[in-house]
Design a protein around this ligand. Sequence first.
Ligand code: NAG
Ligand code: NAG
Ligand code: NAG
Ligand code: NAG
Ligand code: NAG
Ligand code: NAG
Length: 417
Amino acid sequence: MLIFQLVCMNITLQYACSSSNHFDVLDYGAINNINNDSSQAFLNAWKVVCNSEVDNPTLLVPRWKSFLVNPIVFTGPCKPDNINFQILGEIVAPPLPSAWEKHDPSQWLAFNGVRGLRVYGSGTVNGQGFGWWNQSCKYHPAMSGCTKLAPTAVKFLSCNETALSGIHLINSSQTHVTLVGCDTFHIDNLLIEAPGNTPNTDGIHLQHARNVIITNTEIGTGDDCISVGDYTSNIDILNVTCGPGHGISIGSLGRGGNYVQVSNIVVKNVYFKGTTNGARIKTWQEGRGFVRRVIFENIFFNTVKNPLIIDQHYGSIKGSQIKESMGVWISDVTYRNFYGTSASQVAINLNCSESRTCNHITLDSIMLWPAPRLDKELTSYCSNGYGVAIGVVHPPSCLQQTTNMAKIIDLLTRIKG
Ligand SMILES: *[C@@H]1O[C@H](CO)[C@@H](O)[C@H](O)[C@H]1NC(C)=O
Ligand SMILES: *[C@@H]1O[C@H](CO)[C@@H](O)[C@H](O)[C@H]1NC(C)=O
Ligand SMILES: *[C@@H]1O[C@H](CO)[C@@H](O)[C@H](O)[C@H]1NC(C)=O
Ligand SMILES: *[C@@H]1O[C@H](CO)[C@@H](O)[C@H](O)[C@H]1NC(C)=O
Ligand SMILES: *[C@@H]1O[C@H](CO)[C@@H](O)[C@H](O)[C@H]1NC(C)=O
Ligand SMILES: *[C@@H]1O[C@H](CO)[C@@H](O)[C@H](O)[C@H]1NC(C)=O
């Protein structure tokens, strides 16, 4: 109530008070200075927007302004069916990890339980990750008090009918965008950038998510451009540029014996430049469950180390036999129209496990050749990979024809799954 009066006392906002559905964070006390904390102002503006009686209200982060925001959660459910969070200016994270002392270190800006949210604009979300990179165990393993977990820049939890578009995300301390427990989500036209040597700075990570479309997005970071985690289905990734980074990865899946359920993933029209992987599926030997119906199509590679790779032994320690009887089934995976250069000799690498073979793999029209500095003929490596090759496949396919036993096992898993 107090806020409402304050806003309405401002003459220039008389009109805004009565009829606008825009709520500018400046009117709720935000300060255009990255040395002043604007978190409470953002929360106050959110509270008003979330409880607003007007249709389609917009929380506005104005153009040409920069705001320091500490770790916060924008919580739903909200009254309006649709809510806009428009970022035209810049939101900046606190530079030092100590700002998270009383907060969940896994996230910086989080949206929890909001339906019909649209986050968009031409503005920037700057994670200022240096303080976290600088103490990460990955790059400073000997440092006492090093950290493995660092905040995701923007996290969406338990969301439904959400859109994220236009904004520029830079230098997150860890993953830039994470979806957990989301249904019907469209990501479009994002630019995500962090230096190629930064620890675990994935672009977009999905988990417990279905009906997700990611389009027209450019990602260059220190880890996976996009990683598709456990419990995901109906994911479409279209028109994406990836590099530097570790590629587009389904996985890692099945860590700690998790039951994996991943299906209907389409990755189409992707350009990989200088990445360590291209189309990758990685599962832990100790995992269970399945990955099925995956299509990688129209993929271009410029000097990519592992253009096409399945690793069903991810994270396994050499010589350990304990979990050999477990594994994640991988089936119905199509690789179609692959062109470009490989920076390593094994351009096609299907490294599947003996107990859980890879079934119904299709290689269709693959043309890969050595990157300029690689003075070797390319090869394919298959271990327990079954399926067919169609059209020209170079390096030549090493897939085995599906055995009757594999067919029976596959049929059984389909019935059970
Ligand atoms: C912004 O921070 C500076 C330095 O901490 C402080 O002196 C100033 O009063 C703050 N400005 C506002 C409007 O709170
Ligand atoms: C991390 O960054 C801080 C602040 O810039 C610096 O004082 C410190 O020496 C850095 N630590 C390491 C291990 O690089
Ligand atoms: C991101 O971080 C790197 C390394 O600290 C820095 O060189 C670069 O300028 C930062 N990018 C932006 C847009 O601030
Ligand atoms: C999202 O909304 C649809 C339609 O109301 C509903 O069927 C679905 O269960 C919801 N999903 C989640 C994760 O809440
Ligand atoms: C992908 O990019 C092409 C060419 O720029 C464009 O015509 C098409 O609409 C894009 N697809 C999607 C789903 O945005
Ligand atoms: C296949 O995986 C095994 C187990 O992790 C590993 O030792 C081997 O080097 C891999 N082979 C190739 C060609 O990547």
